[in-house]
Design a protein around this ligand. Structure first.
Ligand code: ADP
Length: 343
């Protein structure tokens, strides 16, 4: 291999020109190196961290998720990545995407400042909330006027007029469903409260709510031994309810739905699995179904707005988790939800 022609100074200058923070921490959690951005991110005096222990520089860090993941990378050589929200000493909030990578006897911590992106997302959510909220009012007026026209003029105009009125009714109802979905979406998590949740009880409550649906479709729902976790109850209820409703809905004609919900302990949390024997999802669609308003099937065959799985993803994100699907077309799907242990 050709020898590198770069000097240490040149390497250093590259590291210092990166906008990402780059830190090296040793086995005893002492700072070995910080590039310029990492020093800026730390908001400590330049050079004041080198040689000192993390626990000494940031008292209380032992109780944070960042610390837990650092230990995981040190001890088990795992690569970890997560979005870290934190408050600076002056009360200002910041967000960093942190990537922790193992090396021989050290770890590398790479931090990207995502404060602007998070703030933009929050603005967009606020925008979605305000528009969907304000659109409801004129839509309600359209709906009631069209109903009034239907009841007053039905049969008194020609057939075409009746048909057009019916279309207006149906379309405005659909628009109302979409707007309501968007409003619910933007509200998710706004009043979240972290509590202990017995997932078996949660799933029982959801089965009770879906009783009519289950009876009508003659579905069989099996719930395995589920854990008690810390999380946002209202949101998690919505998550599992959406997954089970979809499992019951996206079925081949005359098929008896069979749905199982299980959980297993994973590194740092629990992974839930919701399996069905439904129509399945083609590989090229397995990502986009989690986007808002994305639907794969004819709306006449399966009713819906395409927002349920977007809700699910937002709820899982709120918990710092991951959602994905594995599926075989025509055979069924399994939705996996990983929820990390909350502090
Ligand atoms: P909706 O149920 O309102 O259509 P979702 O966001 O819940 O919207 O789902 C998006 C799309 O993903 C659905 O329209 C459907 O095509 C597909 N999908 C979701 N769950 C399943 C499932 N269990 N089996 C097969 N396809 C599914």
């Amino acid at each position: 291999m050709a020898e590198s022609t770069m000097t240490n100074e040149e390497y250093l200058s590259i590291l210092n020109s990166m906008k990402e923070g780059f830190q090296v921490v040793d086995q005893d959690l002492r700072y070995v190196f910080l590039n310029k951005s990492a020093e800026e991110h730390s908001r400590m005096l330049p050079g004041s961290l080198i040689g000192r222990k993390m626990t000494e520089c940031y008292p209380g860090i032992e109780k944070t998720k960042l610390f837990e993941l650092i230990i995981d990378t040190l001890e088990r050589k795992n690569h970890n990545e997560f979005d870290n929200e934190f408050t600076y000493p002056n009360g200002e909030k910041g967000w960093f995407r942190i990537s922790i990578q193992p090396s021989d006897n050290q770890i590398f911590i790479i931090s990207t400042d995502i404060t602007e992106i998070i703030k933009k997302n929050k603005e967009l959510e606020q925008f979605a909330y305000i528009t969907s909220h304000d659109l409801q009012e004129p839509l309600r007026t359209i709906m009631s006027l069209s109903q009034l026209m239907s009841s007053t003029y039905k049969g008194r105009l020609d057939e075409k007029a009746d048909k057009y009125l019916r279309y207006i009714d149906e379309t405005s109802q659909r628009m109302s469903d979409l707007i309501k979905g968007l409003l619910d979406y933007s509200r998710i998590g706004s009043e979240r409260e972290l509590t202990n949740i017995d997932c078996n009880e949660l799933l029982n409550a959801i089965s009770d709510d879906l009783q009519e649906n289950i009876r009508e479709s003659k579905a069989q729902i099996e719930v395995g031994e589920l854990p008690e976790i810390r999380g946002y109850e209202t949101e998690l209820r919505m998550l599992f309810q959406n997954l089970i409703s979809n499992a019951l809905k996206f079925q081949k004609k005359d098929n008896k739905p069979r749905v199982t919900i299980d959980a297993r302990k994973e590194m740092g949390g629990w992974e839930f699995a919701c399996t069905d024997n439904g129509i399945g999802i083609a590989p090229e669609n397995r990502e986009r179904i989690f986007d808002i308003f994305q639907r794969l099937n004819k709306k006449t065959r399966y009713k819906g707005t395409g927002i349920g799985l977007a809700h699910c993803r937002k709820i899982v994100d709120l918990h710092g988790g991951k959602i994905r699907v594995e599926s075989e077309l025509g055979q069924g799907s399994t939705f996996y939800v990983f929820l990390p242990a909350q502090q």
